[in-house]
Design a protein around this ligand. Sequence first.
Ligand code: NAP
Ligand code: GCO
Length: 266
Amino acid sequence: MNDLFDLTGKVALITGGTHGIGMAIAKTLGQAGAKICVNDLSDEKLEACKAVYAAEGLEVFTLNFDVTNEEAVDKGISAIEKAVGPVDILVNNAGIIKRIPILNMAISDFKQVIDIDLVAPLIIAKRVAPGMIARRYGKIINMCSMMSVYGRNSVSAYASAKGGLKLLTANMCCEWAKYNVQINGIGPGYIATSQTADIRLNGHPFNDLVMTRTPAGRWGEPEDVGNAALFLASKASDFVNGHILYVDGGILANFGYVKGENDLPE
Ligand code: NAP
Ligand code: GCO
């Protein structure tokens, strides 16, 4: 049974893996035996993350490249291929969010979110997929969101990107599944990372909304997403393709909840 989740000998690139969900995914894949590579925009964060990985007994290959820059991506992947090996597992995790009402948002802001959250996963997948196809083996995991299926005030750019990424994942499946490449997405619910700090900490009212909409009654942890990534990166998911695995504590199953209504005794 353990062999199903054994990633020994596989090379995994997790974009944006110096903290947050990306780091949790990289740790989980590394603990399953994968050789892990992470990128970021900050040399400082890349250097700092090495000690965090080392504390878990993990060696990490770090690279500084902007996921939106095709030339930088090509150089980064070539560096991985030379130093570690061809990329077997790609986790398109890097992403940003801008919380701006549509009428207040500059088009440049919208385009920046689309570039990082939607175009960049395409850039990197296009760079690594030919090798996966040639080897008849590959796993691509695109980081989607609740906003792949819902809108909400102020996150139009992010929802447009994540909605697009859901269907880009489907299209990659349609074109590459025949070569034994599995391309799936993960749709996290509300996870406690720096990306949600502004709407989670210091008693922010958004907490109430998350508790009302999340049947599990808690924010998710990055490790909850890491565990789902291990499934999608492993042999256990070889017949899963074009699928978005939601790791949301039940949000998508829930219309809403009136506190105290029909609650079982504690
Ligand atoms: P995070 O803490 O903000 O981390 C995002 C990572 O992406 C950072 O390492 C960041 O690097 C990197 N990044 C951003 N732009 C980049 C670029 N142009 N080139 C290279 N790296 C770049 O976010 P998170 O909460 O861990 O989220 C990770 C992914 O999960 C994102 O795609 C996010 O949309 C998605 N997600 C998050 C949640 C949630 O509730 N947290 C829920 C659903 C989906 P720097 O730190 O150097 O900027
Ligand atoms: C927001 C949050 C969400 C989460 C996540 C939910 O402002 O609504 O940041 O977008 O990050 O994407 O799945």
